[in-house]
Design a protein around this ligand. Structure first.
Ligand SMILES: [Zn+2]
Length: 305
């Protein structure tokens, strides 16, 4: 029951030798979701040995180049590797026009279907769910239309208490109904209550990805109590004026959001290229909020049960 985030890129704007632009690979219970796809993301996927064919969902926060310029290259590589499985892309509608034009002029006919799911709402919406997980958008406050993503488990079924299974000789056939929360009525007519026979479900874990955005407390409603919050930290507070002008956050502001939302841990990233020592971001964030994970290429953050 893995839930893990791998940082593929922690820089903003142009790629450099040390930093790639945005990209997070989320493995939530063996569903692989790529969030943002800056230039060079496919090389990072190789570097960290992530199996390309397991990615079935790509979510793009907004159409600044450092968040999607790697996409057409990745789609082409999927094609060259023989992919046949459909790929779902969640993004502003204009991205479909961009990708289709790039494929058309390069005479590329993908051998797998691309499904575009348009993001255009200004309020949070459910964009994907299956039996185990769900993904909702988080409206952000940036220079262009931008969404974060709240990726969370669904509350699971009740868990069987194995000791009691033996003690009460519970037939295997009734386990599904116990997991659904129903009581067990024995043939004798005796009723054993569900809460006696089972344990509460595991807590549903959640990861919130918030990039890019300026400080805005309307985000708090969407990220309350998440286990892990990624909030962009493009600037240090010494450059608060730049953060305001470009609709980005400082490390201190990201930490303030983390604290007010009572999250488990804060993950930093999207650092401006002007800073050479990213440890300063961790230090600044920690003046406000203790549980800071300093994001950088190759860092894996596991959310434990
Ligand atoms: Zn941006």
């Amino acid at each position: 029951v893995k839930f893990e985030v791998t940082i593929l890129g922690s820089g903003s704007a142009a790629p450099t030798l040390g930093r790639n632009p945005s990209g997070h690979l989320v493995n939530i219970r063996e569903r692989f979701i790529l969030v943002d796809c800056g230039e060079g993301t496919q090389v990072q996927l190789r570097r960290y040995k992530i199996k390309f064919q397991r990615i079935n969902h790509i979510m793009i926060s907004h159409l600044h180049g450092d968040h999607f310029f790697g996409l057409v290259g990745l789609l082409s590589t999927f094609h060259l590797l023989g992919r046949e499985m459909a790929l779902n892309i969640y993004a502003p509608k204009a991205l479909q026009d961009i990708i289709e034009l790039q494929l058309k002029v390069s005479a590329t006919r993908l051998r797998y279907p691309l499904n575009f799911i348009y993001l255009e709402s200004k309020s949070s919406e459910l964009i994907f769910e299956d039996n185990l997980i769900e993904v909702r958008t988080i409206p952000l406050d940036h220079r262009v239309y931008c969404n974060g993503f709240l990726i969370r488990e669904k509350v699971g079924q009740r868990r069987i208490n194995k000791e009691l299974l033996a003690k009460y000789k519970i037939p295997l056939a009734i386990i599904p109904q116990l997991k659904d929360g129903k009581d067990w009525e024995k043939e004798s007519g005796e009723v054993l209550k569900n809460e006696v026979l089972t344990l509460n479900p595991h807590r549903a874990r959640a990861y919130a990805y918030c990039s890019d955005t300026r400080y805005n407390e309307s985000i708090l409603d969407h990220i309350n109590d998440v286990d892990l919050l990624y909030c962009e930290t493009t600037f240090l507070k010494a450059h608060l004026d730049r953060a305001k002008a470009t609709f980005h956050c400082t490390a201190e502001q990201a930490a303030t959001l983390a604290k007010k939302a009572n999250v488990g841990r804060l993950l930093t990233g999207h650092y401006s290229g002007r800073y050479s020592n990213i440890a300063d971001f961790e230090a600044e964030a920690k003046t406000v909020f203790d549980n800071v994970v300093l994001g950088s290429e190759g860092v894996k953050v596991e959310i434990k049960l």
